[in-house]
Design a protein around this ligand. Structure first.
Ligand code: TRP
Ligand code: ZN
Length: 877
């Protein structure tokens, strides 16, 4: 452990910057190991600070070497500046001056993948959140916005493509015969949006004509061998641009928009102004190598980064505590976009099951924090599901409270009022409130309070007076640093359904309808509906109108009725999930007690009806058939017994499979998609149902299913079907599973993104020596510790390997801890994210819990990065 531990940054300590940088002029003399960066910063004291004599303190990093510093052309002797804890401090400055800094950096050996680094044969950057300080000394904070001009100097034969933000304004030769290119970005921006790329890249060109008839040049760059895989991303980009004009009235501003794909990237993608940089896994797509899920992900990430041009770049964050200002809003925007492009219900079900599985778990664990955190040690640790996904739910609730039209007025006002500014979540809410007249004072607590509220509903119907009452209570459990909680303003969308399954109307607040939004504001409230002609079954929290855990004592009959009759598609799925969860909870209990498994026949009957009804949307049927995941059941459990959950799921799946083998076989055959592969909603739906049916059928005793799996693996002309067959073979211990895995690798070993899928599936394969198998994978020629995608594939796959990861001797946890310790030095952001499974230690059953805790303690004893230190120390607190 280090002598002194890193300290926390607090929201309440925010102060405006003492200096501003009006213009930033950068020159990069690119070299693999010795890149020289020269900056001219046109600075002045911030008038908002009043008269001040504060010294100039610029952020830097341990990995940059200061060559020299000058003020208005005068080279400072070493007594006139100091380097303290990575900061460059200059005590005496004028009110206005040009600061020149020369730094030396080593991109080739930058394994942290922030700042300027090398990926394959190219140079690229990642500056969010605090990467720019690893390039040059700067006021590296988002409320310092500057106009950037960037000159790139390189050897043109090796780096013919040289890109930065904005427009190319000049190009020529230096005295030494190198090429220089100048880029100018007229929009002031914080340093985190700076980007630079240089390499021998191929490009795909296109044009988008905006609503005001301006032609925008679109370019996607990749390494040469990948350029045939960007067509889908280009089309998705054009759809995004059109959608943002139509839905939010937002037009693109520069004359050129560029995207670059890189292989080594810590996250999904980055919205640098005019020059987005993408993890190649979120950009490249072709039918042969990419699954349906991955196509949809490419579309949504392209949209997400594009939408940031307004929600993030034109209007940015004042400080990093406000991260959800741009991320929550932009996730909401990309979710709405995908919903409009495909199926609204399917998209909502997918987003909500992700939220309920992963964000709810985060909110219940040691890293729980509000959507607007009030403190952090390392900001990279706060790019979380809470900030992104729960943040998006907050924006969605505002949309529900205001309605479509007023919400649009609010977003118009927000963009107009704050264009070119760095603002706060409060500013966002104020614009929504001012434009709509809806009071959001109480609602704002959603930003500052962590934890998932539990909402409990009871009801009564009075036959005599035809009155129906819903009594709703809320309670938010304590989270770290927030022992007591206040009540929240929770919009609860409710529908009423008769016992025959029809919509049931009622009077409520001078409105007669069968669908209402209730405003829960107190800890307990009763809502009264009148002129209700028969006893209703409530359809609660329709379309998941708030990110809460809902409790209502539904009978199995009521759930079956909602499953077949609710007009809200989301709640039909929700009812099915509840039925399956009820069934699985009993089975898990039986497994833990060592009792024999037994199930009710209701779920089987419900599934049978579903499989035999040909009028249903195949995508919905597929979603409903998917059993609650191991991860979701773990989130629901009070104490997690991974083996019991796995056993219960397996038993239920096999039981359903055997009871309905004929139906699954039938559905499997009916939903084969003919013709050329297309990633449209309809074909994706059919493939999804077909492959879900196969995953059941293959669990049954019907031997023909085994043949079908092997045939599909061999015959498939697209990755969705091929990989589905392979996964099913592995999960059901198909007799040829091993041969299929080998054949798959041989077929695809030249395609890294496919190899990653193979790595993940192989690492998740259960066996007596799962750990040995994973260790062998890390020695495999296709593995590379420098590449985050590969690390995540293997360790992520292993995390789902119940027998390997949760081995009772603790060897699985020890192995993960070993990797975290190695990566802590090389790539702290990646190492920190790999800690997530270990943060759940308190919820595991005691034998496993102690083993996991020991590994956290072992990690904590190391010399740790801020990233890993924060997660591990908070987990043990
Ligand atoms: N702003 C990016 C997004 O939401 C997130 C991101 C990309 C990021 N790369 C990063 C955050 C590196 C932290 C570190 O799309
Ligand atoms: Zn984002």
């Amino acid at each position: 452990m280090k002598e002194s531990q890193p300290s926390a940054i607090l929201l309440k300590d925010y102060k405006v910057p003492p200096f501003l940088i009006d213009k930033t002029e950068l020159t990069f003399d690119l070299d693999e190991t010795n890149t020289v960066v020269t900056s001219h910063l046109h600075m002045r004291r911030n008038p908002a600070c009043g008269k001040s004599t504060q010294p100039l303190v610029l952020d830097g990093g341990e990995d940059i070497k200061l060559i020299g510093v000058a003020m208005d052309g005068y080279t400072l002797p070493s007594e006139e500046y100091r380097l303290v804890d990575d900061k460059l401090i200059i005590t005496a400055t004028a009110d206005e001056f040009v600061l020149t800094c020369e730094t030396l950096i080593d991109p080739q050996n930058n394994t942290r993948l922030e700042g300027l680094y090398r990926s394959s044969s190219m140079f690229c950057t990642q500056c969010e959140a605090e990467g720019f300080r690893h390039i040059t000394y700067y006021l590296d904070r988002p409320d310092v916005m500057s106009v950037f001009t960037t000159t790139i100097i390189a050897d043109e034969t090796r780096y013919p493509v040289m890109l930065s933000n904005g427009n190319e304004t000049e190009r020529g030769k230096t005295d030494e015969g190198k090429t220089f290119v100048v880029w100018h970005d007229p929009f002031p921006k914080p340093a985190y949006l700076f980007a630079l790329v240089a390499g021998d890249l191929a490009v795909k060109n296109d044009v988008f004509t905006t609503q005001s008839k301006r032609d925008i040049k679109l370019q996607i760059f990749t390494e040469r061998h990948n350029i045939d895989k960007v067509n889908y991303a280009m089309e998705a980009l054009k759809r995004s641009m059109r959608w943002d004009e139509e839905t939010y009235g937002r037009e693109y501003d520069l004359d050129i928009f560029m995207i670059v794909a890189v292989d080594d990237f810590n996250m999904g993608a980055m919205e640098n102004k005019g020059l987005n940089i993408f993890n190649s896994s979120c950009l490249l797509a072709s039918p042969e190598t990419t699954t349906d899920d991955a196509f949809l992900r490419v579309e949504s990430v392209v949209a997400h980064e594009y939408f940031h041009n307004w929600s993030g770049n034109r209007v940015t964050c004042r400080d990093w505590f406000q991260l959800s200002l741009k991320e929550g809003f932009t996730v909401f925007r990309d979710q709405s976009f995908s919903s409009d492009m495909h199926s609204e219900t399917v998209k909502r079900v997918e987003d909500v099951s992700f939220l309920k599985t992963a964000q709810f778990a985060e909110d219940a664990g040691p890293m729980a924090h509000p959507v607007r955190p009030s403190s952090y040690i390392e900001i990279s640790n706060f790019y979380t599901l809470t900030v992104y996904e729960k943040g998006a739910e907050i924006v969605r609730m505002i949309h529900t409270l205001l309605g479509e039209e007023a919400f649009r007025k609010g977003s118009d006002l927000y963009f107009e009022r704050h264009d070119g500014q760095a603002v706060t979540c409060d500013d966002f809410v104020a614009a929504m409130q001012d434009a709509s007249g809806v009071d959001l004072t109480l609602f704002k607590r959603w930003y500052s309070q962590a934890g998932t509220p539990v909402v409990t509903v009871t009801d009564e119907y009075d036959e005599q007076t035809k009155t129906y009452r819903l009594t709703v209570k809320q309670h938010t459990p304590a989270t770290p640093a927030q022992p007591t909680k206040l009540s929240l303003h929770i919009p609860i969308r409710v529908g009423l359904i008769s016992e025959q399954g029809d919509a049931l109307t009622a009077d409520f607040h001078n409105e007669r309808s069968d669908d209402f939004v209730l405003h829960l504001k107190d800890n307990e409230q009763t809502f009264e509906f009148t002129s209700v002609h028969s006893k209703p079954i409530p359809s609660l929290l329709r379309s998941f109108s708030a990110p809460v855990k809902l409790h209502y004592e539904y009978t199995t009959e009521q759930l079956l009725l909602l499953l077949s009759c609710d007009s809200d598609g989301f709640n039909r799925w929700s009812a099915a999930q509840q039925l399956a969860v009820n069934e699985l909870s009993q089975l898990i209990q039986q497994a833990e007690n060592g009792d024999a498994f037994s199930i009710d026949s209701n779920l089987v009957a419900g599934f049978k009806a579903l499989l035999e009804d040909e009028t249903l949307d195949p995508a919905m049927v597929a979603l409903i058939l998917k059993l609650p995941s191991q991860a979701y059941l773990s989130e629901l459990a009070e104490v997690i017994d991974p083996q019991a959950i796995k056993g219960a799921r397996h038993f239920l799946k096999v039981t359903i499979a055997n009871a309905l083998a004929a139906q699954f076989a039938d559905v499997y055959k009916k939903h084969v998609v003919m013709g050329k592969y297309q990633a449209n909603a309809q074909d994706i739906a059919h493939r999804s149902l077909k492959n879900t049916a196969l995953s059941y059928w293959a669990e049954s005793a019907d031997q023909r299913a085994q043949t079908a799996v092997a045939e599909q693996f061999k015959q498939a002309d697209n990755m969705t079907d091929q990989f589905a067959a392979l996964s099913i073979a592995v999960k059901t211990n198909h007799k040829s599973a091993q041969n299929m895995l080998t054949a798959f690798y041989e077929q695809w070993k030249a395609e890294p993104l496919v190899v990653n899928k193979w790595l993940m599936l192989s690492a998740s394969q259960e066996s007596d020596d799962a750990l040995g198998a994973v260790k062998a994978l890390m020695e495999h020629p296709s593995f590379d510790l420098k590449n985050p995608n590969k690390v995540r594939s293997v360790l992520g796959g292993f995390g789902q390997n119940t027998s390997g990861f949760h081995h009772k001797d603790g060897s699985g946890y020890q192995f993960l801890a070993d990797q975290i310790i190695v990566l802590n030095k090389r790539n702290p952001q990646l190492a920190s994210r790999l800690c997530t499974p270990l943060t759940r230690w308190k919820k595991l059953k005691p034998e496993l819990s102690v083993q996991m805790k020991q590994q956290l303690e072992r990690i904590l004893a190391e010399d740790l990065s801020k990233d890993v230190y924060e997660v591990v120390s908070k987990s043990l607190a």
